[in-house]
Structure formats: C-alpha cells, structure tokens
Design a protein around this ligand. Sequence first.
Ligand SMILES: Nc1ncnc2c1ncn2[C@@H]1O[C@H](COP(=O)(O)OP(=O)(O)OP(=O)(O)O)[C@@H](O)[C@H]1O
Length: 609
Amino acid sequence: MRVQEPPSHTFQVDLRGLVDLLSHHLYSSPRVYVRELLQNAVDAVTARQRTEPDAPSEIRLTVLPGALRVDDPGIGLTEADVHRFLATIGSSSKRDDLAGVEVARREFLGQFGIGLLACFVVADEITVVSRSAVDPAATPVEWRATSDGAYTVRTLPADARAEAGTTVTVTARHGAEPWFTAERVTELAGSFGALLRHEIRVVADGVTTTVNRTPAVWDRDHPTPDARRAALLTYGYETLGFAALDVVDLDLPLVGVRGAAYVLPVASNPLERGGHRVYLKGMLLSESASKLLPEWAFFARCVLDAEALRPTASREALYDDETLAAVREALGERIRGWLTGLAATDPERLERFLSVHQLGVKALAVHDDELLRTMLPWLRFETTAGTLSLAELARRHPVVHLARTVEEFRQVSAIASAQGLGVVNGGYTYDAELVEKLPTVAPGTSVVPLAADAVVAHLDAVPADRELAVAAFLAAARARLDKLDCDVVLRAFHPVTVPALYLDSREALHERSRAQAEAEADPLWTEILSNLRSTAPRAQLVLNDHNPVVRTVAALTEPELRDTAVDALYGQALLMTHRPLRTTESALLNRALGDLLTWAADQTRTREA
Ligand SMILES: Nc1ncnc2c1ncn2[C@@H]1O[C@H](COP(=O)(O)OP(=O)(O)OP(=O)(O)O)[C@@H](O)[C@H]1O
C-alpha cells in the first residue's frame, strides 16, 4: 500500500502580532528608532560609495512638528527593491548575494531586515520616498506603511525627486511626541552616531548641528605621546564619567578593534565586569556591554569601536561567539602587556594602580606565573615582619611559614616574629595560592605550612625546678579549662608583654564543632557523632613565664581568685586571636573581669577601713 505524503503548508503570520513584537518587544527603549533610521541611511551611503566612491555622504535629520525626516544621498531603492526589501519583513539587501555575506557583515550595520519596523514603537506611519542610484532610468518611488501592517507603493513623477537617495519620514504616534523634540533627536543622534564615518547633521528650528566628530580620538594624529594620552584621558572622562588612573591603547587590526581601556580610579567589585561602551562600525551598540575583557581585568572599562563583532538582533548586546572570545583574549593580552610595561618603566604609577587594584592583579597572578614573576616585587602581603612583598620576606627568611587562616596568623604573629620566624598570612583571598607559588618563581626559597604546635615547639621550656614550683597552679588551671577543651602549658617566651597565647589547630576547631553538634543532637545522631570523636589535639593556652601578671597569678593560693584569674588570662588570649568570640566565651570573659573588679574594689575597701 502506498503511503500518501501529508499535505505541506507554510506558516501563517499574523502581521499585527509580528509588527508589535518587532517594534515594541525586541528593544529595551523607543530610543532605538533614531538608531535604526541612522543605520539605514549610513548603510545606503556605504552601498552607493562601493561603486561611486565620491558620491555625497552627508546624512541629515530634520525635526518637523510631530515628525522626523531623514535624508540620505545613498543607493536608493527601485520599485522592485521596495517590494523586495522594504515590504518584506526579514528581507535585507545587506545580505544580498550581490554583496556577499562576509562583505555585508564587514561593511553594513544592518543585516536582519527588521530594523525599520522599530520606528513603529513611536510612529503610526512611515513614509519612504526614494530614487535609485543604480538605475538612472528608474523613477522615484513612494512607500507608505502603517503600524497595522498595511502599505501602499506608488511611483512618482521624475521631478518629484531629482537626486538619488532616500527620504524617510516618521510621523509621531499620539503620546510619542516627546521622542520627536529637537533636543531629544539631537541627543539620540549624537549618542548613537558619535563615531559614524559619515557626517550626521540635525536640522531643527532652522539651526543645523553636526552631531558626530570623526575620526575617533584614537584615530587622530596627536603631536606627542603625552598629548595622545591626555586626549584619550579627556575622552574617557567625557564618555565614561570617571577620571581614569591610566589609559591603555587598544588596537587589534585583525579583528578591526580600535579604542582604549580605562583603569578605574577606585576599587571595584570583581563581579561587576560590564560597563564597556561598544560601537560597531561607529554606531553605539551598548554603554554597558559585558564579557569584553577577561574576568581578571575587572579594573578596566573599555570604549571601543569594532568592525567584526556581531550584534544580537536587538543590537543592544554583543553576540557571544568565538570572535568575541578571541577579542576578549587579545584585549586581555594588551592589558597584561601594559601591566608588565609599567613594572619595567613606571614603578610609581604601578604603585598607585596597585594601591587600588591589588586584588585583581593577585587574581590574575594566581593563574599566570609570568605575571607573578613580574609582579612579585610589587604585591604586598601581611607578614610577621609587617606588610611586605614576598620577595622581601624571602630575602629575610628563605623558609617562609604559611598561616592558612587569618586566625592562625593572628594567634602566632607576635610570638613568631619574636622567635625570628617569617610567617605570611595566607588567609586573604588568593594569598595562600600565591605564596605557595613562591619557590617556582624565586628558586632557593621554600614555603612550609605553619602549624600552631610548631610555634610552641620553638618556645623555651621553663627550668625543671620552676615547673615543679608551679605544678599545683598548672594542675588547677588545666582542671579549670578542661571543660572548654583547652590544655594549659607554661613556656618562657618573648615578647614579655604577652601573658598568654591561645593556640588552636584546625583539627581542634573541627573537633570542637563536632562536640558541640553532638551535645545538641538527638540520641541517634549523638551515637553517630560520638563514633567520629577524634583524638585531634585540643586547643592550648600557653602561659608566658616571663610575664609579670602570669607570675603573680601562678603564685595565687586562694582557689576562687586563682580560677577567676585563669579565666581572665584565657579570655585575654582569645581576644588576641581577633576572632569573634562565641557566646559562652564572652560570658566567661565578662564574668571573670566582673569578679576581678569586685575583688579589687573589696580589697581597696578593706584597706581603707
Ligand atoms: N535609507 C535607505 N536607503 C536604501 N535602502 C533602505 C533604506 N532604509 C531601508 N532600506 C532597505 O530596506 C531593507 C530593510 O531595512 P531594515 O532596516 O528593516 O533592515 P536591515 O537594515 O536590512 O537590517 P536590520 O534589521 O539589521 O536593521 C534594507 O535591507 C534596505 O534594503
């Protein structure tokens, strides 16, 4: 049995729905109507100049009461063109086989065949009067379209339009008149068309203003490099609204990108990477484009004009394709080159840059040994010898101890530096990773992890007779702090001003949170958690036998006062770690201080009585 082919149909289009979609919903603002008109005029001039290089090029926007008229001396349209391109949604002469897709992409701004419909967002009627420059025998033609999708076409007498070119008139829809004022049209034409290669003039109330100034600042001749830099900086200030720390020339001839990257004068959120101002073939695409620079370059904002990047259909963002990825990489390379150049030639400017953007550079150096090597002398780290570069620290201490957390560093920094150890705080973002890379870029150095017990091992034990003399006190102190999972030891160390150190290894911290969870858990979990009980080292309170207060406390005989004093030493050591105290810890510290104050007040009263 023969199976019959099912009948084939073609899509039906509800024209009003399509016009509504393309005019009202594709673009984020009615502003774009001026851009689309400008774009068609520029493309028409470009098309004509391909065969007639000396053809006129001035584009004129005339503000009329409740309407805008755009005149261009471009390629124009024949009656057949009108039907084929203007009256067919999605049809565009700019990807015509005649032009060739690649040529079209490179030379024309438009490509989708929908742009003119954007005018319906502010207009009820669009009229196009055109005369073809290709066919001198063709008569002028008029196309009149309304937003409900209806249009008429008629040919006009030859004298209705003597010159080749096109005039588009857009009549304001009721309520959209504010988009047609002289001020608004001038602003929009100036903003979208600032870098267009053909002269754009706005005529309003008898006054003619040229709104674009080409060539772009980066394409102009400047008498000296300093003058060029000053001109680029001024331009950056005018367009981006900030006085940049520095400016980097961007020029990628292969992908036709020209422009400049401006270094932000204040630290920025690394997650906010947009804000680039991008022009495509001179027409503003976006004031807040993203993904133009690699993640690490979050300290820079670009203004650039690109030939080969593709816009999305709304022409408000860049199409995220391989070309954009290649451009991103190449621009990143430029910015990297600028940084390494600064390190070699302008350390003062580099210092200024790093004082604001050190974090960004560290983020980059983590993945880039070459940059790390260049930047090593400039990046600053918190160390026991103060805020230093790793290179400086390594000169003083070929073995660098790395504290993994800010807390670990704070616990031991005073004491480690008194012992002559070089410790670097690896607790801040990127720092640990960078420090670990030190031996690869600075041979002869080594990095070892810092363990709290290693610091205790460096501290001098007290003589045996002294240990014996304070044995009872130490036993009492241990008993007192046992419930807090803290051991007590006595050592003699510098600086003498530090009475006690609280040392807490990561394992001990972990064990304590496990124990806390166990205490709060229901019976089933209690059993599971208690099976996990580890033999991890407990926290340690290291009392300093050189410290006068510790010596006094160790000699106390009255048990209650001694316990309170032990609590106070414990609390004080906790405070020195700079970590937030738990509720039980601050309660203990408050109680101990309160008791000590009461005791001192009682003593004074007794003495005075
Ligand atoms: N001023 C003009 N001069 C000559 N032809 C024009 C003019 N304006 C529009 N056209 C013709 O009308 C076609 C459709 O224009 P439209 O603006 O809708 O789309 P496009 O410019 O081709 O692409 P896009 O949707 O990307 O803007 C164009 O391809 C062009 O052939």
